[in-house]
Write a protein that binds this ligand. Structure first.
Ligand code: UTP
Length: 297
């Protein structure tokens, strides 16, 4: 087999309607909502960069300028901060604008996650690539979640998706996979999958979440995918075709703490968890939590 290419490019779909966070997401994408003081998407891009990714394609919908502007140079802001003697903050702003090479592609209508990824076809080209959902956080130092999937792809040539065991009764909210999990490696060669199974029909409780490394053969599968559940072009349907192809697909239990920041409770949890990691905030946040709990009892 020819040497497999390293994963250097990533797609971050950020064109969903974000209805669960309205009105906050009326004018900005939910991926720009902050975790403490950093937009969720910046944390996601930081994970990608730490895994060696150099080029990121953002799929934008409404409010796209907020994301583009965030990763652009803010010359006047940096100048003003320096004039005021705050060069540390100015340097931090400069770092944000040089983190990664960014390409922005418009998804003209929110036709589903599969359609959003397909919008990046031209920008990515004929090479393996990563997909990171911009409202999903995987907190793991020093081995970023997407890097763990890239290693599985490098070893096998197959696609690799992050899987997580979800609580009983929640299977209908996810793409659920079937296969035998090798407990020693945390890998499952996926045999089958179903998007949002009806109650009592799920083949397992292993759900696909937020991180993917895909071979370029996925483009043909995506292009062939017809609208499925909810009238949307589902990424899971294209992944299903990958399972049956020569490339194949692995589910990987990724090391790290995952936060679903696209859900209200998950978002609040992520904010608390990231605040508790900050030495300057930790004691005060714990005290605040105690105070709030005491006030409730
Ligand atoms: P979600 O279903 O979580 O996003 O899609 P949503 O539709 O924006 O959220 P709600 O349910 O209305 O609150 C997962 C990811 O796929 C992107 C979203 O931006 C999110 O990051 N997405 C989804 C697109 O880019 N385009 C789409 O057509 C659909």
């Amino acid at each position: 087999m020819a040497a497999l290419q390293r994963v250097k490019k990533a797609v971050i779909p950020a064109a969903g309607l974000g209805t669960r966070f309205l009105p906050a997401t009326k004018a900005i994408p939910k991926e720009m909502l902050p975790i403490v003081d950093i937009p969720t998407i910046q944390l996601v891009i930081d994970e990608a960069v730490r895994a060696g990714i150099t080029d990121v394609v953002i799929i934008n919908g409404r409010g796209k300028h907020a994301i583009e502007d965030h990763f652009d140079h803010a010359y006047e802001l940096e100048r003003t901060l320096r004039d005021r003697g705050n060069s540390e903050l100015a340097d931090a702003m400069q770092r944000v604008s040089t983190m990664v090479r960014l390409i922005s592609v418009r998804q003209k209508a929110p036709l589903g996650l599969g359609h959003a990824v397909l919008c990046a076809r031209e920008a990515i080209g004929d090479e393996p690539f990563a997909v990171l959902l911009g409202d999903d956080l995987v907190d793991n130092d020093p081995d970023p979640g997407i890097g763990q999937l890239a290693r599985v792809h490098a070893e096998t040539g197959a696609g690799a998706v992050m899987i997580m065991e979800v609580p009983p009764g929640k299977e209908h909210m996810y793409g659920i996979v079937a296969g035998d999990l090798d407990a020693a490696t945390g890998r499952m060669r996926i045999r089958d999958m179903v998007e949002k199974p009806k109650a009592g029909t799920a083949p397992s409780r292993w759900a696909i979440v937020g991180r993917y490394v895909l071979p370029p053969t996925i483009w043909g599968h995506l292009a062939d995918t017809k609208p499925g559940a909810g009238g949307e072009i589902q990424l899971t349907d294209a992944l299903h075709q990958l399972v049956g192809s020569a490339a194949g697909l692995y589910g990987v239990v990724v090391q790290g703490v995952r936060h679903d920041a696209g859900d209200k409770l998950g978002y609040l949890r992520a904010n608390l968890a990231y605040a508790l990691k900050r030495p300057e905030l930790r004691a005060a946040v714990l005290e605040l939590c105690r105070e709030l709990v005491a006030a409730e009892s």
